[in-house]
Design a protein around this ligand. Structure first.
Ligand SMILES: [Fe+2]
Length: 297
């Protein structure tokens, strides 16, 4: 069996389930994002019960992207999640160099199957639950040319906005950090806080502070809205994380673009970073906007 290191896990995208992607992408587009790819129709990834409808959006940074996935969905298990949780952050996707090897390695190490291994025309992939039940998608590109397109690294807008990753709320934070380190080769970059108020910044093996500032955050439920969401849905993917050179300006731009303000920029006592919270248009899911992480790391 291959080791986590040999499987070359690289963070790729966060998926939002939403039934009106063509309307709800506009606040993102007004907030300095661009469409990196748009896949839909009856000819792309068709199964017996539906087909894919993916809108990929990027902002400023390289690689890490948003995927808005809309009904009819390809699979029954996706519809089941949609009927239970509705408009939410559904999964995080990692790209690997060997999807079959990854499936074997993850299932041996405490992951449980959500979507069986499948060979699509352009990639091999599958979905599992991590030990706390959050979805992990694994993808290995198999076509010579097909890739979800990427932006080059160039912070967007006058505020210098970049999407850099996501955060997840954990039940047992130390166990989750250990699992993502041991099983998915994530590396701890920064640890903040203590007791029930902790935040752990992690990344993958291809991190670069300038050209690929992609991060993965595991944390406790620190805000009231995080605690109440966790009480209802269990451990969950809690926020998309952005950094900006000018957080105040990025926050103003976001509210102008159609994101709803949750809390204005203020210094977070635990991370030390100027941080704001907003709700995005696909279902009032949370956006965390912070000062540049690469400067603090
Ligand atoms: Fe995905």
């Amino acid at each position: 069996m291959k080791t986590a290191q040999q499987l070359n896990y690289r963070l790729h995208h966060l998926c939002i389930y939403d039934d009106k992607p063509r309307e709800n992408m506009w606040p993102y587009l007004r907030w300095h994002h661009g469409v990196t790819n748009y896949f839909t129709g009856g000819v792309f990834h068709v199964t017996g019960v539906g087909h894919s409808d993916y809108t990929f959006l990027g902002c400023g940074g390289r690689a890490y992207q948003i995927q808005i996935e809309a009904p009819p969905f390809q699979f029954e298990y996706e519809r089941n999640w949609w009927s239970t949780h509705g408009h939410g952050y559904n999964h995080i996707c990692w790209v690997t160099s060997d999807a079959r090897g990854s499936m074997e390695q993850l299932l041996v190490n405490g992951a449980t199957e959500v979507m069986p291994f499948e060979e699509f025309p352009t990639y091999d992939g599958f979905v599992v639950h991590d030990p706390e039940g959050r979805w992990v998608e694994i993808m290995e590109y198999t076509d010579e040319y097909f890739r979800v397109q990427e932006f080059t690294h160039a912070p967007a807008g006058e505020c210098g906005l970049e999407i850099i990753g996501n955060a997840e709320i954990c039940e047992d934070l130390d166990a989750s950090v250990g699992w993502y380190q041991d099983v998915m080769d994530m590396r701890v970059m920064q640890e903040y806080g203590e007791g029930t108020d902790r935040v752990i910044y992690m990344t993958d093996k291809e991190y670069d502070p300038v050209s690929r500032n992609t991060i993965f955050v595991l944390q406790t439920a620190r805000q009231d809205f995080e605690q109440s969401h966790k009480n209802e849905h269990g451990p969950y993917i809690s926020s998309i994380i952005y950094q900006a050179a000018n957080v105040e300006r990025a926050y103003e731009d976001a509210t102008w673009a159609g994101m709803k303000p949750l809390s204005a920029p203020a210094r977070d006592e635990v991370t030390g970073a100027v941080t704001a919270y907003l709700a995005e248009p696909c279902g009032d899911n949370v956006i965390l906007l912070r000062e540049r992480f690469s400067d603090a790391a």
